[in-house]
Design a protein around this ligand. Structure first.
Ligand SMILES: Nc1ncnc2c1ncn2[C@@H]1O[C@H](COP(=O)(O)OP(=O)(O)OP(=O)(O)O)[C@@H](O)[C@H]1O
Length: 148
């Protein structure tokens, strides 16, 4: 089953949004396969955001991600990468639709609460980076009530 990497950023943790965010993915029908709270080193944050290293906001982004603990998760389900991005909303909360996490819970692009992988390939790279120990293999007993 398709998997994605979701991270609640330090602002989401500090603001007490962890339960609210997990609830949205759980209620949708996705399965939680990995979960941990971590404070990442600068070099790790730079690796995670390596694709953005040439951007003018890169240094600020790295400072933001290492400013406190984050909640790293792996979620599984049909189309979870694309649907996860829809649940999260547009990168800039000013453009995120109401009903999305960023649309409902954030104001500024540099404090946008959550990260989600942007492709299946990106997800597998990020899952390998964040969960080298692997994730839990399980399937909910509710599976036949969620999938035809
Ligand atoms: N112009 C900007 N100014 C400040 N921070 C920015 C800007 N653009 C992006 N960011 C930060 O960098 C992160 C990664 O940017 P990217 O373009 O990959 O967006 P995204 O894929 O929606 O976000 P994420 O990778 O966090 O899910 C954004 O979530 C945001 O926190």
């Amino acid at each position: 089953m398709e998997q994605t990497f979701i991270m609640i950023k330090p602002d989401g943790v500090q603001r007490g949004l962890v339960g609210e965010i997990i609830n949205r993915f759980e209620k949708k029908g996705f399965y939680l396969k990995g979960l941990k709270m971590v404070s990442v080193e600068r070099s790790f944050a730079e690796k995670h955001y390596a694709d953005l290293s040439a951007k003018p906001f890169f240094a600020g982004l790295v400072e933001y991600i290492i400013s406190g603990p984050v909640v790293a998760m792996v979620w599984a389900g049909k189309n979870v990468v694309v649907t996860g991005r829809k649940i999260i909303g547009a990168t800039n909360p000013a453009d995120s639709a109401p009903g999305t996490i960023r649309g409902d819970l954030a104001i500024e692009i540099g404090r946008n609460v959550i990260h989600g992988s942007d492709s299946i390939e990106g997800a597998s790279k990020e899952i390998a980076l964040w969960f080298p120990e692997g994730v839990a293999e399980w399937q909910s007993n509710l599976h036949p009530w969620i999938y035809e």
